[in-house]
Ligand binder design. Structure first.
Ligand code: NAD
Length: 474
């Protein structure tokens, strides 16, 4: 498919679409070829964007919830109008199949509507003859949003929508691997929002560091790796910025001994391989009872045989390439490490012959701690199957991780599974599914998987400052 993309795309600063004197290449991961250049934001342009956001906040911060809601809904309508173009751009820059990119647009609009429905009327905590105490929620000011590459529009919407509905102005930076969709978003909102309310900048990691360290930015909302998250927190401390950190995960799925392998094989497969395994809450370690290990593995392989890996623009592709070369090398190194330490390759899918970053869907057994695939976050299409004989011991191994994003238990007895799920040390624990998310359900990580949550009123609260107004009446 020939997708028309301008040779260079502009950023949005103070309501103006602007170029930069430097650019960087953006690559289609299905072919390994460059298809456009994006502006590499200069320090001066970044300062202009923050100054514009600060100025715009003086007015935007005083708008009513109804005004902000109406604009957000219009943004949702514009995303829907532009859905086909946006989906093609997501496929081009991220690699995921077009049908999945369309689902990402629809989900982004669905979430946007969820955020638009969140209001914070003043809460009266106490009102008697002597005093009245009210709880107000106020916007913070300028908020910096730093995004990853796995869901370019969705991760933008998870942050931009709650920040705006709460009355903040924003400076948003996409991943340098997938800047196109976010820059187009800038074009879409240019004449919708007052100048300076939304500023869209593109650039490398240095731009992210400028955001997290800027004294006029009051909060940073970051989605990315735990390693980078630590750097962001460190520099955010310079002016006591609020932080929301959505970081890495090494989620486990724990299958109990009462299940029918055939019944759950399809769900287990997609829990791991959806978006080519490049999902923070993908099920990255699968624990199965020893006596069921063989039939479970066999049924998962049956599903894997039918999952087609290919260029996102090929209609029958269900799984695309790894999004970038660096990530491809990392996944390959984790695979090589496991095999060199004795892991057995149970299945590897076919991949297209291409200069793109295709890695086979890979299912491994005989895996153990000490292998990177178990100890680290493997952000790609690798499924390690681990066996256990004792449920309690299995739960200990599930929790033996610095991460704590999600986790799941699979059983024909939901009460039995729920009791175990509650004991997983994670932000979310699922039963008979992995993952499942909704705009009115908070989502966030325990341990080193994050701080704070996204989604629902709890997600919007993160973009507000609580203020108690306490009045003595007599
Ligand atoms: P990354 O940490 O490499 O980059 C994320 C963003 O941070 C990019 O925009 C990058 O340019 C920027 N950045 C890099 N160095 C920076 C610095 N020093 N200061 C400020 N910003 C900086 O992550 P990635 O490779 O883009 O994404 C994959 C990771 O994201 C995985 O670990 C995945 O689990 C995680 N993730 C988490 C969630 C979640 O909700 N918990 C969702 C999606 C992805």
């Amino acid at each position: 498919m020939n997708v028309h993309v301008k040779p260079t795309l502009p950023m949005l600063i103070n309501g103006q679409l602007v170029a930069s004197n430097k650019t960087f290449d953006v690559t289609n991961p299905s072919t390994g070829t460059t298809f456009t250049q994006c502006p590499d934001c200069t320090k001066e342009q970044f300062e202009d964007a923050v100054a514009a956001a600060k100025e715009a906040f003086k007015t935007w911060g005083k708008t009513s919830y109804e005004e902000r809601k109406a604009l957000l809904e219009q943004l949702g309508a514009r995303l829907t109008e532009n859905a086909d173009t946006l989906a093609e751009l997501i496929t081009l820059e991220n690699g995921k199949p077009l049908a999945k990119a369309k689902q990402e647009i629809a989900a982004s609009v669905f979430w946007l509507k969820g955020f638009a429905a969140v209001d914070f009327p003043v809460e009266v905590l106490k009102d008697n003859e002597t005093q009245r105490v009210e709880l107000h929620r106020k916007p913070l000011g300028v908020v910096g949003l730093i995004l990853p590459w796995n869901y370019p529009l969705m991760t933008a919407m998870f942050k931009l929508a709650p920040a705006l509905i709460a009355g903040n102005t924003i400076v948003v930076k996409p991943s340098p691997y997938t800047p196109v969709t976010t820059l187009i978003l800038g074009e879409i909102v240019q004449d919708l929002y007052p100048a300076g309310v939304i500023n869209v900048l593109s650039g490398g990691n240095e731009l992210g560091a400028w955001i997290s360290g800027h004294p006029d930015i009051r909060k940073v909302s970051f989605t990315g790796s735990t390693e980078t998250g630590k750097k962001v927190m460190q520099s955010a401390s310079s002016n006591m910025k609020r932080v929301t950190m959505e970081l890495g995960g090494n989620d486990a799925g724990l299958v109990l001994d009462d299940i029918d392998p055939k019944m759950i094989a399809n769900d287990l497969f997609w829990s791991r391989f959806s978006n080519n395994g490049q999902v923070c809450v993908a099920m990255k370690r699968l624990f199965v009872p020893e006596k069921l290990a063989e039939p479970i593995a066999k049924e998962i392989v049956e599903v894997a045989k039918n999952a087609k890996v290919g260029d996102g623009f090929d209609e029958d592709s269900e799984i695309g390439p790894i999004q970038n070369k660096m990530q491809y090398e990392k996944v390959k190194a984790i695979f090589d490490d496991a095999v060199s330490k004795g892991a057995k390759v149970l299945f590897q899918s076919e991949i297209p012959e291409s200069d793109g970053y295709f890695f086979p869907i890979t299912i491994l057994t005989d895996v153990k701690p000490g292998m990177r695939i178990i100890d680290e976050e493997a952000f790609g299409p690798l499924m390690p199957i681990l066996t256990y004989t004792d449920e309690e011991e299995a739960l200990e191994r599930v929790n033996d991780s610095e991460y704590g994003l999600g986790g799941s238990v699979w059983s024909s007895d939901v009460d039995r599974a729920s009791a175990l799920a509650e004991r997983i040390e994670s932000g979310t624990a699922w039963v008979n599914q992995h993952p499942s998310m909704a705009p009115d359900i908070p989502y966030g990580g325990a341990k080193q998987s994050g701080i704070g949550v996204e989604s629902g009123r709890w997600g919007v609260e993160e973009y507000t400052q609580m203020q108690v107004v306490s009045v003595k009446k007599t």
